[in-house]
Write a protein that binds this ligand. Sequence first.
Ligand code: ATP
Ligand code: MG
Length: 590
Amino acid sequence: MLANELRKKYLEFFRQKKHAIMSSASLLPENDPTVLFTTAGMHPLVPYLLGQPHPQGKRLANCQKCIRTTDIDEVGDPTHLTFFEMLGNWSLGDYWKEEVITWSYEFLTSKKWLGFDPEKLSVTVFEGDDDAPRDDESVEIWKKLGIPKNRIFYLPREDNWWGPAGATGPCGPCTEMFVEVDTVPKCGANCKPGCGCGHYFEVWNDVFMRYNKMTDGTYDLLERKNVDTGMGLERTIAMLQGKSTVYEIELIAPLVKKVKEFTGKESLADEEVHLVRTIVDHVRSAVMIMADDRGISPSNVEQGYIVRRLLRKSIHSADRLGIHQGFMKDLAEIVIEMYRSVYDEVERNRDFIMQNLEAEEAKFRKTLGKALRKFDRILNETGTMTGKDAFLLFTSFGLPLEMTRELAEEKGIKIDMKEFRKEFEHHRAISRTATEGKFKGGLADHSEEIMNLHTATHLLQAALRKVLGDKVSQTGSNITRERLRFDFAFDRTLTPEEVQQVEDLVNKVIAGNLEVTQTFMAFDEAISQGALAFFKEVYGETVSVYRVGDFSMELCGGPHVEHTGVLGHFKIAKQKKIGASIIRIRAILE
Ligand code: ATP
Ligand code: MG
């Protein structure tokens, strides 16, 4: 079976089980600063998992593009990719364990669907701890379906508890499904699912979302029981095709072949195989991030930094393999060809991707040699690599922190991250992503501050359109507890008078204490009534529309305040031009 067929079969199976099929959301989460990328199919659904009604109903399924930067260090092993696709189905307070486990089993083993040999399936369940009990219910269901006791494993929280995607939010125990790989023997008598030797290959995870992790670290029960599942497309295809790694499937093998050709070598040592896989994974992932309509190019901040890091790492890996000429565009062509019929945005952004790849490769190749020589010199002269050195290598030689750290680790040296961070605090230029994960806030965080700023974002957009005209349209938005950030297409910054006008308009709406209402309607109807819609690919046929009196009407999943009166005083704190025709505004509520 090929990936295309698996995508179709999965969605067809769940359509038959009365699920509405959604399209993939963007790889770049809207209004959610807790994470840089969409890491799982559940991520764009957080507001609905927390209790909001979803316009398409209580049973949903899709194929979601995902990026996991947390798995970058794992890349090269048989199962982990930075970019992968996740097939998922959800119950929003509808079905529960019995149904979902039974369906998972049916889809995996029925000849009509995937037809895996039931004898090759093993499953894991949550063993229980102080915060939540052992999941004996799931065990009983698996047994009833015919999975024998010796292929059901109890595992602790670190393996069998999923989420939240950010610091807070919906989460719960899970049951994971593994396929045994014949060609990879068990690593020993204690070999079991999750051990990582490659014998047990995890393909699917059913999560029972019963809990909401709060900011103080405690768990609340969610209002209703939700189910969230995720099946890895690449992994499942590998298993269906009898391969033992994801690098051998038709979505990835052509890239591996191309890189091998570039090396000019017949056979590769293990280390070289690892380098090849790194190049393949990283270029593929960077291409898919840049393919998103938000126009992320390699940079030193946020998602752009990840793109830079992926590309620079692959250029360095290529260098180590003796590939000194440009190679990324050839790989990108293959990736684009592979996904253009699945995700429209890939073709749409072809030129953007190609230009960026070329520019980044040229730029980094110029400094790479110098950076490595500088690295060696520091090491020779001082015998170590300090956080300060790592900072210098990044800012002056373009060597991403993670690369310096790896190079240092190869020499047995650990870089003092505290020192790096201190340096960084002095030079706010580099992304926070370079130092550590993201913080509180975002969709998963239903704090008052976030909701207020989210509603204020709608008001800002409406006010901008009234003052500057209908040309204004959102290109990005991001909210933390402290401020909102709003990007829109416009060719100049606002004059002081315009800033004043916008602020006045918003503050008038706040003073008027207008009601904020949510309605559901067909996408076309919403548009014809004048609703603003951005990032079209995330909307289904029936959409959620938020209105603020007669002032604003936007397609949006929420959440929002009920009346504008609670917002306080709105103020534009900063504005700046960030692209040829993109203006970024930061605003606060006082
Ligand atoms: P692992 O323990 O192997 O890292 P996980 O428990 O982190 O996997 P989940 O978060 O449960 O994975 O994601 C659901 C499914 O998505 C997995 O069962 C797997 O098939 C797939 N998946 C997860 N991470 C990756 C990845 N980095 N590359 C490819 N597929 C992945
Ligand atoms: Mg993982």
